[in-house]
Design a protein around this ligand. Structure first.
Ligand SMILES: *Cc1c(COP(=O)(O)O)cnc(C)c1O
Length: 485
């Protein structure tokens, strides 16, 4: 590894007086700022030639790892291939040049895409109507819970403030309920991570606003008791919320609307491609069953058979001033159209096949706490041989040496050494076989040379960081020494 390329900040490459620009003299004449607004000293900016700047940033950009660089089996995140055609359509001038305050009659094409995606999501999930306004899965959860609260309030049922959340749920579930001002009640799980129906029965009363469920759950297992759970929750007057972040394996197999869910969100940036990671961009459409449509947030895109309109309503829920993350919406709609109905049906089964193939190929070396068929992802509880002292963290770091993104680690919390693998449907058999052979090799290294794995990564620009320190006390600014000049 060439340390010269990685070891420096742009400030450290600076040489007094060096320039990377040349501006023509101003033709507008001078303009002087009032003394009170001027700096006492020059700002300490790096002074570099253009080539140094270009190389500095280009080399840094090459350190990024993404789906386009290599296998990215990050459980719970559905890091699937993002087709290039998505980018082409999202960049079309008619889409990328829109202004959010444009009148509806000047952007009929964009509204058509918006409306048709709403309809596609309804067809895929079996729910009546969608809003595409929320900006992420978590934002969708909040929106969905606001809809549920509005539903109870519209019936004068003000005492319903409890949201039942499984103890295996994604952390955003209880967080969204709390942000919505609702009370979180935890329901226990069985050993396979599914909801404990007997425990649920004890929690149900006329204070329950909703029950949140993820299916397949965060362990990648299909929740078999949903019909019974939905009946119990409905009988006590609550609504069923479906966290659709794990919708990918259900594509082509079943629909949340048919299972008894009333409200759900979808992560377009997971199930329907569109690049994500590093904090954005996302989109978390929310769908509702028949009878709840009027409670969806406004603005809302409508169609009267001839023209598309934007409906606003000052009384309605509002989760964003405009119509959401439009470029993500275009990408997701492109993805749906380019796959078509038949191929979309293959997504779930293929993602499920890939996950089960990896699981079965590695379970002799990695501890599989829950056996049987999984859906799109599964969890190992670290290496089977615990005598080596090699942890899940060590395995994840060693994978980086071999050019793979690490799986999700230490989530879900049900096991001590969780290693959660989600290959998605995008990957070829060769890629998956390559990953399996590297995972087997790491298990062998753990047995024969554990230090090698414990001190990994060895081939990355930066070795093992103190992740607690990096998370709690990140050094994000550069304190420059007083320059000599
Ligand atoms: C990703 C995820 C979320 C949150 O979605 P964001 O778009 O990251 O806010 C919620 N629930 C589950 C199960 C998830 O995997």
């Amino acid at each position: 590894m060439n340390n010269k390329l990685y070891g420096h900040l742009i400030f450290e490459l600076s040489k007094p007086g060096r320039k990377g620009y040349s501006l023509p003299p101003s033709q507008m004449g001078g303009c002087s700022l009032p003394e009170s607004m001027r700096r006492a000293e020059d700002a300490q900016l790096p002074e570099c030639d253009e080539m140094t700047v270009v190389r500095h940033y280009t080399n840094h950009s090459a350190n990024n790892f993404g789906v386009n660089n290599g296998f990215y089996p990050l459980g719970s995140c559905t890091m699937k291939y993002n087709p290039v055609i998505n980018e082409e359509t999202a960049a079309m001038a008619g889409f990328s040049g829109l202004h959010p305050l444009q009148p509806a009659e000047t952007c009929q094409g964009a509204l058509e895409v918006y409306y048709k995606l709403q309809q596609s999501l309804s067809a895929i999930t079996g729910l009546s109507e969608f809003t595409l306004n929320p900006f992420a899965g978590a934002h969708g959860e909040l929106t969905g819970l606001m809809v549920i609260r509005a539903y109870h309030q519209s019936r004068g049922d003000d005492k319903r403030v409890k949201v039942i959340v499984p103890d295996t749920a994604h952390g955003t579930n209880p967080a969204s309920a709390a942000v919505c001002g609702l009370e979180v009640v935890e329901v226990k799980s069985n050993a396979d991570g599914s909801v404990d129906v007997e425990n649920l029965k004890e929690l149900l009363d006329d204070g329950v606003a909703a029950m949140m469920m993820t299916n397949p759950n965060t362990l990648g297992m299909f929740e078999r008791d949903i019909p019974e759970i939905a009946q119990l929750v409905h009988e006590c007057g609550g609504l069923m919320y479906y966290d659709g972040a794990n919708l990918n394996p259900l594509l082509g197999a079943c629909r949340p609307g048919d299972m008894g869910f009333d409200v759900m969100h979808i992560n377009l940036h997971k199930t329907f491609s569109t690049p994500h990671g590093g904090g954005g961009p996302g989109s978390g459409p929310v769908g509702v069953r028949k009878g709840l449509e009027h409670l969806l947030p406004r603005p809302h895109v409508t169609y009267d058979g001839k023209t598309y309109g934007i409906e606003t309503d000052g009384e309605a829920i509002n989760v964003g001033e405009f119509l959401g993350n439009f470029a993500v919406i275009v990408r997701a709609y492109t993805y749906i159209l380019s796959l078509g109905k038949e191929n979309l049906r293959m997504v779930g089964p293929l993602a499920t096949l890939n996950a089960n193939y990896i699981k079965e190929s590695l379970k002799d070396l990695y501890l599989l706490p829950i056996s049987g068929l999984c859906k799109h992802e599964f969890v190992f509880d670290g290496l089977k041989d615990k005598s080596t002292g090699v942890t899940t963290m060590d395995v994840a770091k060693r994978l980086l040496d071999y050019g793979y993104h690490a799986p999700t680690i230490y989530f879900p919390l049900l096991f001590h050494e969780s290693l959660m693998i989600e290959p998605t449907e995008s990957e070829s058999l060769d890629t998956i076989d390559g990953f399996i052979s590297v995972m087997r090799r790491i298990a062998e290294e753990a047995a024969t040379d554990p230090e090698l794995v414990k001190s990994a990564p060895h081939n990355t620009p930066i070795g093992r960081v103190d992740d607690v320190l990096a998370a709690k006390h990140p050094v994000l600014t550069y304190r420059q020494l007083k320059s000599e000049n």
